[in-house]
Ligand binder design. Structure first.
Ligand SMILES: Nc1ncnc2c1ncn2[C@@H]1O[C@H](COP(=O)(O)OP(=O)(O)O)[C@@H](O)[C@H]1O
Ligand SMILES: [Mg+2]
Length: 394
């Protein structure tokens, strides 16, 4: 869905920061020195990768918050664009950027310009002021992969549950939807523990499907509509029609985020779904091995062609964590990082290969629900927070 665009409410404000530098703190920001002869806009941006977004382990450059960085006659000027309702965030970032750049040799003056706009809220006063139609689904994000079997559906289900946990904690229960568009192998109902059929309200063209709910996630899947023994050949031509119906005729209610588990592959079916759904972005799931990342790259390029931003790469089955806590790289290493670089996006996180993830999927009790404080669940929750944060910037 298109994001409700809010006009900046807070006027841009400027901070002119003078030498001399403040006393050095014992932090990563002040330990690296650079040579003034190498100062360029790029080196300033590179340096800003040391500045983390408050409360996150990710830096402000990879979050895409640094709009411009320039370097003229000893003055480093940086422009940040933030979407936040928290006044502490711009204040903290101003301080951190200042400290980070002032410790670069050759920098005499730092100018930080920060524009902020409020984070959108569905149906809230900000929306009422800026959009005529309230957004029912604030963000739609596709979960995609080049090939099947990389754990895309497992990832989608666990991320949906983690998003529900994070958003419930933030006071927004019931605001996550999961749409299973895999017509040929809809596995979401089994993985999230749903069976039976959704209720239908109304009749004919106006009939509305009521999503089924589990673990705080509203779910709609072809698997809840078609009987298991329906021939695949009959399902194929229905893809587009079904997806359009899913979007139009499901009563999602108000959602902060709708995740869409796309069918595997990079063909026409995926492309037309991507275009029908007006996606805010896509997450590409891959395993660390090169064979998987090569195919995943094709998927990424497909989204870029239709102007759907890649929000990040999720590496699944990254390593096996043995009971003693040792990591074993069963499928190689580095695939997720390489793919993120190739597609000019970020690596959102690495999910370990764990027997509990498979058994959780097979029993309808995702690991994020069974063991919400374990290593894998923490990784899903971190990815959920990063994703929400990225979407809030859009
Ligand atoms: N991180 C993981 N650890 C253990 N098993 C996993 C993990 N991710 C996926 N699986 C298992 O791998 C199989 C394929 O996963 P699935 O999500 O169906 O893949 P896809 O949707 O990409 O085809 C499933 O049996 C699932 O339980
Ligand atoms: Mg699947």
């Amino acid at each position: 869905m298109e994001v409700a665009k809010n006009e900046p409410k807070t006027p841009a404000y400027f901070f002119y920061l003078q030498h001399p530098p403040i006393p050095q703190r014992n932090s990563a920001l002040s330990t690296v020195k650079s040579d003034s002869s190498t100062l360029t806009p790029d080196s300033i941006k590179e340096r800003l990768k040391l500045v983390k977004y408050p409360g996150f382990s990710r830096d402000i450059v990879s979050f895409g918050l640094v709009k411009t960085a320039t370097w003229v006659d000893g003055t480093a000027s940086v422009m940040l664009a933030l979407t936040t309702n928290d006044p502490d965030v711009p204040a903290q970032l101003r301080k951190d950027v200042e400290e980070c750049l002032r410790s670069m040799i050759g920098v005499k003056r730092v100018v930080v310009e920060i524009t902020t706009q409020p984070a959108p809220t569905t149906g809230g006063p900000a929306d009422a002021a800026t959009s005529t139609a309230p957004k029912m689904i604030q963000h739609a994000v596709a979960i995609a992969s080049g090939k099947g079997g990389v754990g895309k559906s497992t990832f989608a289900v666990n991320l949906a549950c983690a998003l529900a946990q994070v958003l419930t904690e933030a006071g927004h229960p019931g605001s996550v939807g999961l749409l299973d568009c895999d017509i040929h192998g809809p596995s979401v109902p089994l993985m999230i523990g749903l069976s039976g059929h959704p209720e239908i309200e109304g009749e004919g063209a106006d009939a509305q499907l009521i999503p089924m709910e589990k673990h705080g996630v509203k779910v709609m899947s072809m698997g809840l509509l078609i009987e298991e023994n329906t021939p695949v050949i009959w399902r194929g031509p229905m893809i587009m029609k079904t997806v359009q119906q899913f979007v139009k005729n499901v009563r999602w209610g108000t959602l902060k985020i709708l995740l869409i588990d796309l069918p595997p592959g990079t063909g026409d079916a995926q492309l037309s779904i991507a275009q029908t759904l007006k996606l805010d972005g896509a997450i590409i799931v891959t395993t660390p091995q090169i064979a998987a990342t090569q195919i995943a790259r094709k998927g990424g390029l497909m989204f870029q062609k239709v102007n759907v931003p890649i929000l990040g790469i999720a590496e699944n089955m990254s390593y096996f964590l043995d009971p003693a806590g040792n990591k074993h790289a069963l499928f190689g290493e580095g695939g997720g990082e390489t793919l993120a670089k190739q597609l000019e996006t970020i690596l959102l996180g690495k999910i370990p290969l764990l027997p509990e993830i498979r058994t959780g999927s097979d029993s309808g009790m995702p690991i994020t629900v069974v063991n919400p404080s374990g290593t894998a669940s923490n990784e899903f929750q971190n990815i959920a927070r990063t994703l929400l944060m990225q979407l809030a910037q859009k």
